[in-house]
Design a protein around this ligand. Sequence first.
Ligand SMILES: NC(=O)c1ccc[n+]([C@@H]2O[C@H](COP(=O)([O-])OP(=O)(O)OC[C@H]3O[C@@H](n4cnc5c(N)ncnc54)[C@H](OP(=O)(O)O)[C@@H]3O)[C@@H](O)[C@H]2O)c1
Length: 296
Amino acid sequence: MSTLNVGLLGFTGTVGSAILAPLVQAHKDSKLNLVILHRETSDLSKLPSGVELDKRIVELDGNEIERTKKAVSDLDVIISTVNGEGIYTQNFLLDALAGSKRLKTFIHSDFGVNWTVKEEANPALAPLLTKKEVVKKAKELGVPITSVRIGILDQFFFAYKFVGTDIKENKIEVYKESLKNLLRITSLEYLGYAISQLAQTPEKIANKTITLYDHEPTGKEIVDVLTKIHGTPTQIVEYTDEQYQADLGDLIPAIGAGIRRRWGDGNWDNEEGKIEKIEVDRWKGANFEGLVKQYL
Ligand SMILES: NC(=O)c1ccc[n+]([C@@H]2O[C@H](COP(=O)([O-])OP(=O)(O)OC[C@H]3O[C@@H](n4cnc5c(N)ncnc54)[C@H](OP(=O)(O)O)[C@@H]3O)[C@@H](O)[C@H]2O)c1
């Protein structure tokens, strides 16, 4: 039996469920002991059957710090994939983790791109600042923390057409130089695998910001793959500066605009400088064409 206790909070969500599967496998392989942290209302039927997992309730509000402390005191790593209000409530988890003798790192729910100070000053993007405040508080409390930055999730690019490209309609939307620049795409499967691996060597990622993505096609490469798959020329539609400005007015479109700008400008960095891209051993994922076909 492993001595490494890894807690996962947010296992029912998009990112959380992608991390759950490889963590359960690592648990079965005795590489770690997986502890499911959940709200009273979380849907536990989404947990896989046939495997014994330790499940603990954490209600993240100011009244439950002592109870949360008990639930997390023996954890070496905590991975949080909460969203919405849950991002802010991670501050209460930090209160419970302060002074923990076991914790090697808290992988908080970042999983975003490297937003710039100017972008964060946009009121529409205010929720991004909440993630930054979580990191600030962790540092103040001396809680070891890891920020994981990614590209656009494959599901958001392909299935939700988050930046305008519609692979089923054989259409790509381009902004500025995105035909020649690289788009960072993080497949959920890779993200889950990578986090489950990194959680097993927490000392390597504690108090660091890292980047994870497994595909980096140029717009032209996306066009070539779509043209090959469909057997007809891919339609190229332009996203304009006017659309970019209009999209900055609301949270979800503004996130899409921010990703389009990075791709169009070929610049994914912010004031933090170059963020280390981590390569994870023994990952065997699909090539880009294979990934596209998963979403057709
Ligand atoms: N780069 C990208 O393309 C991209 C795309 C999407 C998301 N993200 C980021 O990934 C992270 C996770 O997003 P997601 O889309 O996976 O979220 P999601 O699908 O909406 O899932 C949210 C999860 O958070 C839990 N949760 C919600 N409110 C909570 C609270 N107040 N306290 C505790 N748990 C709470 C939910 O648990 P219950 O089961 O208890 O409700 C659920 O498991 C976020 O930081 C998001 O910004 C990045």
